[in-house]
Design a protein around this ligand. Structure first.
Ligand code: M6R
Length: 614
């Protein structure tokens, strides 16, 4: 995950920016850079691929003096080279930008700017931003106004910091959606900007985190806050404690909530370097298999447990749909004891956020012994799953502290979506155009997750209070949402201790329907997809028996509210993203119910983060 650090004040920025970037290094990066503007208005940039030590050496050799900003980059568009490292400049060399996010429409913006005579020196999407700002400055806008107007042209979620050689005492920072945070830190005669709080805390405990849609115009004396539509707002300045645990929670009450809220950013980390747009493809360079080997596969077996097993059910359906390969999602603990049929044409994919789940590891060994090629999908590099498999795809979700899996759930589905796209394209099941459609869809996920997190504000707390006395819950879904119904039930029971069952909606008629009564609310996942009408039928069956229904529905579906008791909305989205977006309301519903009950949300009773015994 990229990091941003900026400094304005009486000290030289470069050493402070370097130290700030060091504190952000835990997020992972492959290149780094610093830009500094001196009193005379000279703007200079130093950047270097590789570790921060390379940048430090460069700055020792070619020191800089003045105010400035810096960035640690994790490559998305363009290889991790010096040229692609941030900061990026416009053509005049006077506007400098660092950026976290993916400019989803950068190809069209770059084409327009190129046609207007702009020249680019990197392969990044970010470079269009300083060029857009320069164009607006040339039209007479102030720096703050130019940054704001340029931001309005960008699709996707972004965190941006920008300076201009002509005003070394001003830094403009903004946040669109959830591509990572931006916080302003207040000093005395000096000010800081950073992408997260741990980078600021050694310097100041007085901070103002930007909400999505806000921007800050920072000078050494303070900062002015605005919305991205240009309205001035109060600076939400707050004092944070130096307590490292509280700091690590980033202002959230629980790790689980923090991890739910950072899903846009963790999805972005997962996508970094894995999407190519020209020509479009899912780039999974970690896979050692040749196209011929991928074409020779006869099936894919996904192995996992618990929440992760529900993610694999989504992965198996995607693999069947996109790669036209028979695929199954197996409970690893059952698979390992049932003498399964395995051969050299099987790809066994062990999915485990911890990489240490005993049953999943054993099932992978069993498949390898049977001749299968093995692939691990895990969040922990160096875990047993990673070490034991032929290849690994990391989830890149960042550390997950809460016992309940949330962001690793979404990221495991996302990795399997990329895998299915890659397999489908390599095997000829997806045309170039179809693969391009999936690459575009995947690139939209971070921004859509941000929207999903913004919807239903205040509703979760109301529903938690209204339904907390329920005897049990049923969760129903179809297609790609059947596994999300199961996950919704698991999330609710593991942290609220209320019994819940999740199932394919049609299954309800075959027994569970006997449970329907006023004390058994039904959560129905009824997004506008191909099975929408079928789900409406299932909802009618519940209502006809006097049941209570909470729908998880597509925002804008005005007709659903009249048919159910309560609704939680999900933004409209491409079909393959539906399970990842529908995960958000089921997570937040479970979270708020558990909080309402006063439970230990991060460490629910009897549970462990990694289950290393069978
Ligand atoms: O580390 P893993 O992904 O292999 O863990 C498997 C399950 O124990 C895990 O998904 C569990 O169900 C969740 N933590 C529950 O939220």
């Amino acid at each position: 995950m990229c990091g941003i650090f900026g400094y304005l004040g009486y000290q030289d920025a470069a050493p402070l920016v370097l130290a700030g970037l060091e504190r952000l290094a835990y997020r992972g990066y492959d290149s780094a850079g610093v830009a500094v503007i001196d009193r005379a208005g000279h703007l200079e940039v130093r950047k270097s691929a590789g570790k921060l030590a390379n940048l430090t050496t460069l700055l020792e050799r070619e020191p800089l003096s003045g105010s400035g900003l810096g960035h640690t980059r994790w490559a998305t568009h363009g290889a991790p080279t010096d040229a692609n490292a941030h900061p990026h400049l416009d053509g005049t060399g006077e506007v400098v930008v660092v950026h976290n996010g993916i400019v989803e429409n950068y190809i069209e913006l770059k084409a327009r700017l190129t046609a207007e005579g702009h020249e680019f020196s990197s392969a990044t999407d970010t470079e269009v931003i300083p060029h857009l700002i320069q164009e607006l400055l040339a039209q007479g806008h102030t720096l703050a106004e130019a940054v704001r107007l340029a931001a309005a042209e960008l699709r996707g979620a972004h965190a941006i910091a920008c300076m201009h050689a002509g005003s070394p005492d001003t830094l403009v920072a903004l946040r669109i959606g959830n591509a990572g945070g931006v916080s302003v830190g207040f000093g005395s005669g000096e000010m800081f900007v950073a992408s997260d709080l741990p980078a600021l805390l050694p310097l100041t405990t007085s901070v103002a985190p930007l909400a999505p849609g806000e921007m800050a115009v920072v000078t050494p004396e303070g900062c002015e806050m605005l919305t991205l539509d240009g309205r001035r707002i109060d600076t939400a300045r707050q004092t944070v404690t130096m307590n490292p645990v509280a700091a690590a929670k980033g202002g959230h009450r629980h790790f689980m909530l923090k991890e739910i809220m950072e899903q846009p950013e963790s999805a972005m980390s997962c996508l970094r370097g894995r999407l190519a747009f020209t020509p479009p493809s899912a780039v999974l360079g970690e896979l050692p298999f040749t196209s011929e080997e991928l074409r020779s596969l006869s099936r894919v077996v996904f192995l996992g447990m618990g929440t992760t097993q529900y993610a694999t059910r989504v992965g198996a359906r995607m693999t069947e749909l996109l790669a036209r390969l028979p695929a199954s999602a197996e409970d690893a603990s059952e698979y390992r004891y049932r003498e399964p049929v395995v051969d050299e044409a099987t790809l066994a994919v062990g999915v485990s956020q911890s990489g240490e789940t005993a049953d999943t590891l054993e099932a992978m060994h069993l498949a390898a012994d049977g001749g299968a090629r093995t692939l691990a999908i895990t969040n922990v590099a160096g875990s047993q799953a990673d070490r034991g498999a032929d290849a690994t795809l990391l989830m890149h979700a960042g550390p997950e502290i809460g016992v309940a899996s949330t962001k690793t759930f979404v990221n495991s589905m996302l990795v399997m979506y990329l895998l299915a796209t890659h397999l489908g394209h390599a095997r000829g099941a997806l045309t170039d155009d179809a693969a391009a459609g999936h690459v575009d869809a995947a690139a939209r996920l971070p921004a859509l997750l941000g929207e999903a997190l913004e919807l239903n504000r205040g509703v979760y707390e109301r529903l938690a209070a209204a339904y907390v006395k329920a005897r049990r819950f049923l969760f129903l879904g179809r297609g790609l949402l059947d596994p999300i119904a199961r996950e919704g039930a698991l999330k609710l029971k593991e942290i609220s201790y209320i019994h819940a069952e999740g199932m394919a909606a049609a299954e309800m008629k075959h027994g569970p329907i006997a449970l329907i009564d006023r004390e058994t609310p039904v959560v129905a996942l009824v997004l506008r997809d191909a099975l929408y009408e079928k789900m409406l039928g299932n909802i009618s069956e519940v209502k006809a028996r006097g049941g209570v229904v909470i729908a998880i529905a597509t925002a804008g579906d005005d007709s659903i509210a009249a048919q159910v008791d309560d609704v939680l909305w999900v933004p409209p989205c491409p079909p393959m993203l539906a399970p990842m977006l529908a995960a958000v309301p089921v997570q937040l519903f479970a979270y708020h119910t558990a909080v309402h009950l006063g439970n230990d949300v991060d460490q629910p009773r009897n549970l462990a983060k990694s289950v290393t015994v069978e």
